[in-house]
Design a protein. Structure first.
Length: 458
């Protein structure tokens, strides 16, 4: 029988023809895999780079001032600073010190004085004070702080110390007293054309402003947007040079400007529980107010008063172990009760700060034998509410912050307990029993071994 099947012409080289496409497919797969892996690594690297850039970005307020500082009033913590110790001209921020020194010496703010001749020049003030004008000491303080009147400070100095020079000595003494060691005043109003060494720092001005705001009269005056004073029986309207007082969270304090000092300001603000003193020296023209608002907004966005522990919230459960022994039995009891922090703790923290709380209540062992246990009663006073149960340790960014006691939240005198009953035996009896059992076990093994030997011989 003849078959008319022709051999396939490609059969001979089929293995070679399939090897080449397979190799190409394999190489393409490897290439695509490598490309995919490198692309993925590049994306991951870019993501890490972006996150790192955000993490290490300069998280600072946008401020044009040559020197600036933000200080939290309650703790005196410095929240942010820029060249805080640069010695610069303070302009009319000088009047903060002038007026607080004057307020601490004046006995009667309603006392009327006549303007001395030495305090009657124009001195670039908004209204004139002429020789012989009658005005109260309190109104001189208002004119200096609210309207930044330059002659008002000289009149105060001459009345209180005999001359401006003598009063300036008191100002410098007060500066040292409150820790403003890089401050040197040469006059009472901050005009610096003839006072080349009349300089201070942002840090020192924050100290001076904070000290002054503790005086109720000072605090009240610098918070006024406007007021009236009386000169020679005639009312004079005053407007405050601090336009930021129209923000309700800003409560003072003072603005300043000279050609040497540039635009300066010290502010007290209270917003969302955060009270801060902010100071700028030598802000760019037209930027002083925006510098201040940027600093205040930055502080409130980055810092919060955080309640770290609350004495009214349960901290953890504590274990109390008790044992009562008599001649034959031991009673083991476990009692669980809630514990609380002894006091609350609130702290100003940066939103990026890491706050760690550690510490657990100690396991308390109670010797029931030392307790007065009435056989007819099922209760015993184990501990009292408020007794210390342990310690809480608080760390911020790895640094120890404060320790607090943990206390029991209730009296434990009616415990619901699990009782484990154990028979107590004399130790000598137990040891003798173990020895006898071991001896008989050894004899039993010997008998078995002997029987095995006998069988093997048979």
């Amino acid at each position: 029988m003849r078959y008319f099947f022709k051999p396939c012409p490609c059969k001979k080289n089929s293995s070679k023809s399939f090897k080449k496409p397979a190799r190409q497919f394999f190489l393409k797969s490897v290439f695509l895999s490598i490309f995919f892996i490198f692309t993925l690594l590049a994306l991951i690297g870019a993501s890490i780079f972006i996150q790192a850039g955000e993490l290490f970005a300069d998280n600072s307020p946008d401020v044009t001032a040559e020197a600036a500082i933000i200080v939290e009033c309650k703790t005196q913590d410095i929240l942010w600073q820029k060249n805080p110790d640069a010695e610069l001209f303070p302009a009319s921020l000088t009047k903060i010190m002038t007026c607080i020194v004057a307020l601490e010496q004046i006995q009667d703010l309603n006392e009327i004085i006549k303007m001395p001749k030495m305090a009657s020049s124009t001195n670039n003030s908004f209204f004139p004070l002429r020789t012989g004008d009658e005005i109260s000491l309190g109104d001189l303080i208002k004119a200096a702080l609210i309207n930044s009147h330059n002659n008002a400070t000289i009149a105060l100095a001459i009345h209180l110390s005999g001359s401006e020079e003598e009063f300036v000595k008191l100002m410098n003494e007060k500066a040292r007293e409150i820790g403003a060691f890089h401050t040197n005043f040469q006059n009472t109003n901050g005009l610096d054309s003839n006072s080349p060494q009349h300089k201070t720092t942002a840090r020192d001005l924050a100290l001076i402003a904070d000290y002054s705001m503790k005086n109720d009269t000072f605090r009240q005056i610098v918070s006024k947007k406007e007021d009236n004073i009386t000169i020679n029986g005639e009312e004079i309207y005053l407007f405050n040079t601090n336009i930021l007082l129209f923000f309700d969270y800003i409560k003072g304090i003072k603005t300043g400007f000279t050609n040497n000092a540039g635009y300066c300001e010290a502010l007290f603000s209270s917003r969302e529980g955060l009270e801060i003193i902010s100071v700028v020296l030598k802000s760019q023209e037209g930027k002083r107010e925006s510098d201040m608002l940027n600093m205040i907004n930055w502080a409130n966005e980055n810092y919060v008063n955080k309640k770290i522990i609350d004495k009214n919230e349960v901290y953890s459960r504590a274990l109390i172990r008790g044992i009562k022994n008599d001649e034959s039995y031991s009673y083991n009891t476990n009692i669980y009760t809630e514990t609380y922090p002894a006091s609350s703790y609130e702290k100003l923290v940066n939103i990026n700060d890491r706050v760690d709380i550690s510490g657990e209540p100690l396991v308390k062992d109670i010797d029931f034998k030392s307790k007065a246990l009435n056989n007819n009663s099922k209760t015993v006073n184990v501990l009292s509410k408020g007794d210390e149960a342990g310690k809480i340790n608080i760390e911020i960014n790895g640094r120890p912050e404060k320790d607090f006691a943990i206390v029991y939240g209730q009296n434990v005198d009616k415990p619901v307990v699990n009782v484990n009953l154990e028979i107590k035996k004399d130790n000598r009896f137990r040891n003798t029993l173990i020895l006898l059992i071991s001896f008989y076990f050894f004899i039993f093994i010997l008998i078995i071994f002997k029987n095995l030997l006998l069988r093997s011989k048979e």
